[in-house]
Write a protein that binds this ligand. Structure first.
Ligand SMILES: Nc1ncnc2c1ncn2[C@@H]1O[C@H](COP(=O)(O)OP(=O)(O)O)[C@@H](O)[C@H]1O
Ligand SMILES: [Mg+2]
Length: 227
């Protein structure tokens, strides 16, 4: 199976009878770096929510990494997401009262499958290994509220890729960054995902990022609902 995501005739609305996303067909091959771009308010995050299994479509099918999400229970969708997907949020959503080390380890604490897929002999060693790769080794014991933006980004990447998820979803993580930081972020993210062979689904309103990706999808081309 070479498809990471396949959506068919999917409809979702936050309120009855007012859909915000209607996608007839969307396929994402495994191992690709995909940029989903388009203006604010056009359904990008909603689409990601369905792929992650946080939102359930009112119509259609949504197969992600071999599982038809619409047939799964709430708990099974949560498990599938936690085990198989890494998620990077716009504001990184690091837990402020936990250290860098604890933030990075969270997915493996919560999901056995992620913990079983680590490469080092133990979780602390795996966290150190990833931290070294991302230039975070000296900050492992620091609270994440004492990190600058570049360090926060790197913790978010580490947390997303630990335990080798098969799909990494990033929802506008670069929108508050200047050009240099943006380039650096993409470089680190791609390198980390290549390491674990994850498919990347990256959302941005910034079309200048297009050359860096294998495939670019304009939300307006796939969403039948006009914002
Ligand atoms: N939790 C929500 N409740 C109600 N409406 C929402 C919610 N989240 C998003 N919307 C609406 O759905 C539409 C698509 O939003 P969104 O998927 O966030 O777009 P984008 O990520 O492209 O900015 C917008 O009209 C937005 O106002
Ligand atoms: Mg959004």
């Amino acid at each position: 199976m070479s498809t990471a995501v396949h959506m068919h005739d999917v409809v979702f609305g936050y309120h009855a009878h007012s859909p915000v996303v209607h996608v007839k067909e969307l396929s994402i091959d495994k191992g690709r770096r995909i940029l989903l771009h388009g203006p604010s308010g056009t359904g990008k995050s909603t689409l990601l929510g369905m792929i992650a299994g946080v939102l359930v479509p009112q119509q259609g099918t949504c197969e992600v990494l071999g599982k038809e999400l619409t047939e799964l229970s709430h708990a099974a969708r949560d498990r599938h997401r936690g085990s198989e997907m890494g998620y990077i949020f716009q504001s990184y959503n690091l837990i402020p009262y936990l250290s860098v080390k604890e933030n990075i380890g969270l997915p493996c604490q919560a999901h056995t499958k992620r913990r079983m897929r680590i490469l080092a002999p133990s979780l602390p060693e795996e966290i150190s290994r990833i931290a070294v790769g991302l230039g975070l080794a000296e900050y492992l014991h620091r609270g994440t509220d004492r990190l600058d933006i570049g360090q926060q980004q790197r913790v978010a990447i580490a947390r997303a890729i630990i335990g080798r998820p098969r799909l990494v979803i990033a929802d506008e993580p670069t929108s508050s960054l200047d050009n240099d930081h943006r380039e650096h972020f993409l470089h680190l993210l791609f390198e980390a995902c290549e390491d674990v062979r994850a498919t990347i689904l990256f959302v941005s309103h910034d079309r200048s990022l297009m050359p860096r990706f294998d495939e670019c999808i304009a939300i307006a081309d796939i969403n039948q609902v006009r914002a």
